[in-house]
Every structure is written in structure tokens, then in C-alpha cells.
Design a protein around this ligand. Structure first.
Ligand code: SAH
Ligand code: SF4
Ligand code: F3S
Length: 468
């Protein structure tokens, strides 16, 4: 399935820049400073895409609002991962009818993963007439042209053609937080886990050139960024299809060797492609956070095979054992699905066993949600909702105990943390492993690394005071 990566040409991107200039002129000639509301659902890939959308809009002269009320433009970046996520998006898009009635000039765009699903796009076309434009993830780079078309009186437009995925370099990004940044290293996914919609809506795997990634990271560091997350659906398969031979561990090492005061982390890692070399690189570089998000999904080999995950529970355990042997303080987090079609409670017990044995710092737990078009959606599923829910609740309760116990072990330690914001009375910070810490302090500390003495802990967070 490996294919040559298409890079959008500089000429095509320059053309999009000219549409941004036209949009700017459009508003200037009306004496209006336009405002946009960009609403984001789903994972970090969508967060990163929304930063690109805001980057383009800022170049066209837009300011930003925290809600749709009063905005000239609303962009909703959608997620298709589970039924519940889709329902939430559709409910909120439906509610925009009323907002738009108050602002008839408002333009509404939908983008993101749901727009890669033809049946959703059809539903928007016929039942959500107040939506002006739709584009799927492959067409994000051409949003300026589409927006200008709508502003200059064009008809509703749907840009959702399922083209082979490409890479567009140099799109401006307006980042939410100057101290923390997502850096996409690759797009798409080739794994086709049998439950997952992502490969269908985000297309085939393709990697950015290392020189482009390193240039972006260098610029971030010199701009004061302290925490960089390399992003991809499966970063461990980075490098396939590039001219120069390079794998993810090589890229990670090159980033970690850049000068500056920062930490680099990455997500997500697929266990089937995680190598000992990756863990060795993590262990040997100070600037790589000792944290890995390594989704296991299930602890039962029949279920793992039916999920098309490409590893067994024993192989997964061996991987974790090796990682911990070279990084004793490694923080591990994971994703797990309960109620995969046909998963019996006996099979679910294997999942419990695995999570008990590994002791994750935090676990993102999901009830299986059938996604139309994926193989799992049509697999026989005789287990009742109640039984699945019971299993799910058991898993969550057990994980809460483990998370709380792991956090209690931090009490009395002094940990180096990046202070990243404020939540009410207290500042918030993150340990290198990503644990949340709350502490009293001045706003001036936000964006700085500090040594924090941990005084107390609960299930999800630590309490501390500045130690230096
Ligand atoms: N690329 C990442 C994860 C992407 S989606 C990886 O492979 O690890 C994030 C998580 O959503 C997945 O790890 C999985 O646990 C969950 N998920 C994906 N599809 C799902 C579905 N149909 N039902 C329930 N959970 C799902
Ligand atoms: Fe989905 Fe699997 Fe790809 Fe992750 S690796 S995005 S779960 S298909
Ligand atoms: Fe959702 Fe798309 Fe991410 S489906 S989880 S936003 S890749």
C-alpha cells in the first residue's frame, strides 16, 4: 500500500494565498473587521488542523470569537470516531439555524473527519440547508478559495472528493498556546483496525520531509515553545515513502538533539510498530519526555486478531517490559475498547488482567461504537448493552484505583513541571510524564519550567508548591 507522497505545489499554495488577499480586500472594502468562530471536536490532529484554519483566517484579516454569536464565519471541525461524537456535532450544527437567523450574513462551514463520510455529507446537503460550505480533511489547504467563492456570492459548495492524500507545507498556524505545540509529522493511516473510521476519512499514510519538520521545530523553539508533541495516527510508521531512509526513532533523535530548553513527546504509537530502538532513543535523550501513549485496545488475543491489531497480549507485555527496563520511570497511558462485537465477559477479563499487570497512569476507555463502512460494524454482536456497560464500569473503577495509587507515590517528590495555565485559584502544570499538578502561584510563572514539591494527590491530579 506504500505510495509516493504528493506534495501540493508551491504555485498551488501561492494561489491560495491570493484568495486570502482577496478575502481581506472584500472585508476592507466593506469597512468590516470580520470575526470567526472555529469550533473543534476530536483528537489532536483536528486541533492542529484548526490551528491551520485559524492561521489562514488570521492572514485574511479575521479576528476570533469564543462562540458563533455575532461571527461572520463559523467553522466546525468535526470528529467521526464514535456515534456519540457525531451526534453532538449534528446537534450543535442544527442549533446554528437560530444563530444564523439573527445574523443572515453569517457563513457556516463544516470540515474534519465526518466530512470524509459520504452519507454524512449527503445528510448535510439535504437536511442542513443553513450550512454554506463543506470540505473534507484532504481539501483543507484549498479552504481560502472555497471561502472566497461563497463570500463573492457563489452557491453552497461541497469539496469532498476522495483524492489520494497529499501534504501541504507552509500553511500558517495560529497556535492556541505559544509554549506548547503540535507538530504533525505524518497524516492518514494504513492500519485499518476493523472498528476504526480514520483510514477511510483521513486517507493513506504519508510523511512530511524531515527537513520541513526540523525547520518547524527550530522555529518553535526559538519562539519560546517548551513542549512539542510530534503528531500522527501511528508515528511509528513515519518515513515510509520518503526519498531518504529515515524512521521515527531517527526523527525523534534529531528533534531531541536540537539546542534549547524544551521537551519533545509524540503520539500515537501503534504497538505493532513500536521498536526497541524507539525505546532506546527515548532512554538516551534528556529532552524526550519519558511518557508513551501505547493503546492496547484489548487484552484478549481473539479480540485483538478480530480488531486487526497485529500483536498479541504477550507481545504487548514484552514491549512494555522492555520499555520499562530501559526507562524505569516511564509513564504509560493507553486506550481500550470494551464491548467489541462478540467480546464475551471471559474475554473482557483478559483486558482487566492486562491493565492490572501494566498499571497505566491513565486509561482512555471507550465503549465500542459501530462505524458504518468498517468491518466491525457488520460483525455479529450478541452481547447485551447491559453486560458491556457492567464490564465498562468495572474497568473504569479499577483504573481509578490504579491511577490514584500511582499519584500517591508522587507525594513528597520534587518534580520538574511546565506550568501551563490557570484553573480558578490555582495554576496548572504538567509533569514530564503528563500528570496534572495544581499549585498556588502568580500568572508570571505560566510557560516556565519549575521544580514543584508534591504535597497531596487525588485520582486525577497532584497538588504542590513551587520548590525553587
Ligand atoms: N491512531 C490511534 C488512535 C486513534 S482513535 C491509535 O491507533 O492508537 C483513538 C481511540 O479511539 C482508539 O485508540 C480507540 O481506542 C478508540 N476508537 C476508535 N474507533 C472506535 C470505535 N469504533 N468504537 C470505540 N472506540 C473507538
Ligand atoms: Fe484507527 Fe487503528 Fe489507524 Fe489508530 S491505527 S487510527 S485505531 S485504524
Ligand atoms: Fe476524530 Fe478524526 Fe481524530 S475521527 S479522533 S478527529 S482523526
Amino acid at each position: 500500500m506504500e505510495q509516493k507522497t504528493t506534495v501540493i505545489s508551491e504555485a498551488a499554495l501561492a494561489r491560495q494565498q491570493s484568495f486570502l488577499a482577496l478575502i481581506r480586500q472584500y472585508w476592507q472594502s466593506r469597512g468590516v473587521t470580520p470575526a470567526a468562530f472555529v469550533d473543534t471536536y476530536g483528537c489532536q490532529q483536528n486541533e492542529a488542523d484548526s490551528e491551520r484554519i485559524r492561521g489562514m483566517l488570521a492572514q485574511a484579516g479575521y479576528g476570533f470569537l469564543p462562540s458563533a454569536e455575532g461571527a461572520e464565519l463559523v467553522v466546525i471541525n468535526t470528529c467521526a470516531i464514535r456515534e456519540h461524537a457525531e451526534q453532538r456535532v449534528l446537534g450543535n450544527v442544527g442549533a446554528l439555524v437560530h444563530v444564523k437567523r439573527r445574523h443572515p450574513e453569517q457563513k457556516i462551514f463544516l470540515c474534519g473527519c465526518m466530512m470524509g463520510e459520504p452519507h454524512v455529507v449527503e445528510r448535510i446537503r439535504t437536511s442542513y440547508r443553513h450550512v454554506d460550505g463543506v470540505f473534507s480533511p484532504h481539501h483543507l489547504w484549498a479552504f481560502p478559495e472555497q471561502l472566497y467563492g461563497i463570500l463573492s456570492g457563489g452557491a453552497r459548495s461541497f469539496v469532498t472528493e476522495d483524492v489520494p492524500g497529499s501534504i501541504a507545507e507552509g500553511i500558517a498556524q495560529l497556535r492556541d498556546n505559544p509554549k506548547k505545540a503540535w507538530v504533525s509529522v505524518m497524516y492518514g493511516c494504513n492500519n485499518f483496525c476493523s472498528y476504526c473510521i480514520v483510514p477511510y476519512v483521513r486517507g493513506r499514510e504519508r510523511s512530511r520531509r524531515p527537513e520541513d519538520i526540523l525547520a518547524e521545530v527550530r522555529a518553535l523553539i526559538s519562539g519560546g515553545c517548551r513542549d512539542i508533541t510530534l503528531l500522527g495516527q501511528n508515528v511509528n510508521s513515519y518515513g515510509k515513502g520518503l526519498d531518504a531512509p529515515i524512521d521515527f526513532s531517527d526523527l525523534l533523535a534529531q528533534v531531541a538533539e536540537l539546542p534549547g530548553d524544551f521537551l519533545v513527546r509524540f503520539m500515537t504509537s501503534h504497538p505493532k510498530d513500536a521498536t526497541r530502538k524507539l525505546f532506546d532513543v527515548m532512554a538516551s535523550h534528556e529532552k524526550i519526555a519519558k511518557h508513551i501513549h501505547l493503546p492496547f485496545q484489548s487484552g484478549n488475543d481473539r479480540v485483538l486478531a478480530a480488531m486487526n491489531r497485529g500483536y498479541t497480549a504477550a507481545q504487548y507485555r514484552a514491549l512494555v517490559d522492555y520499555a520499562r527496563s530501559v526507562m524505569p520511570d516511564l509513564v504509560l497511558t493507553s486506550d481500550v475498547i470494551v464491548g467489541f462485537p462478540g467480546e464475551t465477559t471471559a474475554e473482557f477479563e483478559d483486558t482487566l488482567k492486562l491493565m492490572e499487570a501494566v498499571r497505566y497512569d491513565a486509561l482512555f476507555t471507550f465503549l465500542f461504537s459501530p462505524r458504518s463502512g468498517t468491518p466491525a460494524a457488520t460483525m455479529p454482536d450478541p452481547v447485551s448493552k447491559e453486560e458491556k456497560q457492567q464490564n465498562f464500569d468495572r474497568l473504569v473503577a479499577r483504573q481509578n484505583e490504579i491511577s490514584a495509587a500511582l499519584r500517591r507515590q508522587d507525594v513528597g517528590k520534587t518534580l520538574r513541571c511546565l506550568i501551563d495555565g490557570r484553573d480558578g485559584e490555582l495554576l496548572t502544570a504538567r509533569t514530564a510524564g503528563g500528570r496534572l499538578v495544581r499549585l498556588p502561584g502568580e500568572d508570571a510563572l505560566i510557560g516556565e519550567y519549575c521544580s514543584i514539591f508534591i504535597t497531596d494527590a487525588n485520582t486525577w491530579s497532584l497538588l504542590g508548591t513551587v520548590a525553587e
